[in-house]
Design a protein around this ligand. Structure first.
Ligand SMILES: Cc1ncc(COP(=O)(O)O)c(C=O)c1O
Length: 402
């Protein structure tokens, strides 16, 4: 029998973990937003799309999608983390607090001169590296970006166009991160990585704080309190930032929080099942390049293992369905252009109708208000057309158990 497209697991973690939420207080989130707001000419809140007709079809009160496909013109949310973390690095270099500096200060000629040459380095599936290269170019620094084997040319090119020196390695994402860290040590590069490891936590935490702008904008704009929040995970930094921002709102009833992962890189799914952090190795082959990470960011784990209730492991068909579903909306609902890693939530919505047990387990009913994040647009345009126009990676709805 073919494996199911969607599998749900409840979080069974019982590990004692550090409470990291003090780094995501309302004040800290406001400070991040204030930095992003200072990026005049670049920063704008992204749309929160209300999918009323889709909600009626699913039998819930409402569905909202925070659409990051237009963020900073980079087609993904990732520039939020890169920009804030780079600002924090520079502030530290100058012996200042980040709230003492803003975008004008960072771009001032004398600050550039004082700091001299800096090379920011990162490993990426695509979007984070583009964000790092973009911010480095704006501020006048160099960047080096390593990408895992199998990276799409369109994604490599988008980063090279921002002025980064790009190298595609022979390794998967997690091994590429290790290689980048070792090479940075040798070359004196400043690592701006969106995942942590022992002894390297400060910068990934700043990156996670940077993502709170996305979640904060969405939650502020929502006319109703969400009852269910869904966030996709690669290393989990983004999902943890969303979860932390939700908690910071102090809602009377905390929304049910569900992580969504690619089944080929489902490290949260396996970790929730076993109740402790576990890696997934191998080639991590999935169309969801941004979610093709087999090792969890330990900082994200400490937040999500303490607070997320569920994880959904999703096959590639789920992402492809989501791209088509959000790209071809019902009635007057607005179209959303979602790339593979962004669209996973759309596919979950499209399949919930077939998985009544999941609806029951998650407690979805006519009072539910669902919030999703479309974290990327068509970052690989040929693939987007293959899937949305050409119908590749299809779902057979006639099968009883999809
Ligand atoms: C489009 C997109 N969505 C989601 C994610 C997952 O973010 P994280 O690795 O922080 O879990 C990524 C990561 O690269 C991404 O590019």
């Amino acid at each position: 029998m073919q494996a199911l497209l969607l599998e749900l697991i409840k979080n069974n973690t019982t590990q004692e973990l550090r409470p990291l939420l003090q780094n995501f207080s309302k004040e800290k989130i406001a400070r991040v937003r204030s930095f992003h707001r200072s990026m005049w000419g670049y920063y704008q809140s992204t749309p929160l799309v209300e999918l009323k007709e889709l909600a009626a079809w699913l039998g819930v009160r409402n569905i909202f999608v925070k659409d990051e496909s237009g963020r900073f013109g980079l087609k993904a949310f990732k520039g939020l983390g890169a920009s804030y973390a780079m600002a924090c690095c520079i502030a530290r270099e100058l012996g200042k607090e980040v709230d003492e500096i803003d975008f004008d200060y960072l771009t001032a000629e004398d600050v550039r001169e004082k700091l001299g040459k800096i090379t920011f380095a990162t490993a990426t599936d695509g979007n984070h590296g583009r964000g790092v290269a973009w911010m480095a170019r704006i501020l006048g620094y160099d960047s080096v970006v390593y990408m895992p084997k199998g990276t799409a040319e369109a994604r490599r090119l988008a980063i090279a166009r921002e002025g980064a020196a790009v190298r595609i390695t022979d390794f998967n994402y997690d091994e590429t991160v290790r290689l980048l860290a070792a090479d940075s040590e040798k070359n004196g590069w400043t690592v701006l990585q969106d995942t942590a490891w022992p002894g390297y936590e400060e910068i990934p935490l700043w990156i996670m704080q940077g993502y709170t702008t996305m979640a904060g904008e969405a939650l502020e704009e929502m006319p109703d309190t969400p009852t269910h929040v869904f966030a996709q995970a690669g290393v989990g930094s983004m999902a943890a930032a969303v979860q932390a921002t939700v908690i910071a709102q102090g809602y009377e009833k905390e929304p049910v929080f569900t992580i969504m992962e690619a089944s080929e890189a489902n490290c949260f799914f396996r970790s929730f099942e076993q109740g402790r952090m576990l890696p997934v190795g191998g080639d991590l082959e999935t169309i969801m390049a941004g979610l093709a990470c087999g090792e969890i960011n330990p900082l994200a784990w400490e937040i999500l293992a303490n607070h997320a209730q569920y994880c959904l492991s999703c096959r590639d068909e789920v992402a492809a369905l989501g791209m088509r579903l959000w790209g071809n909306p019902l009635g007057k609902d607005q179209k959303i252009t979602a790339g593979e890693s962004g669209a996973i939530g759309g596919g979950v919505i499209g399949l919930l109708d077939k998985y009544h047990n999941l609806k029951t387990e998650l407690g979805l009913n006519k009072e539910s208000v669902l919030l999703f994040f479309n974290t990327e647009g068509d970052t690989f345009p040929d693939k987007y057309r293959d899937i949305v126009w050409g119908g590749s990676i299809s779902v057979d709805f006639r099968r009883k158990n999809v």
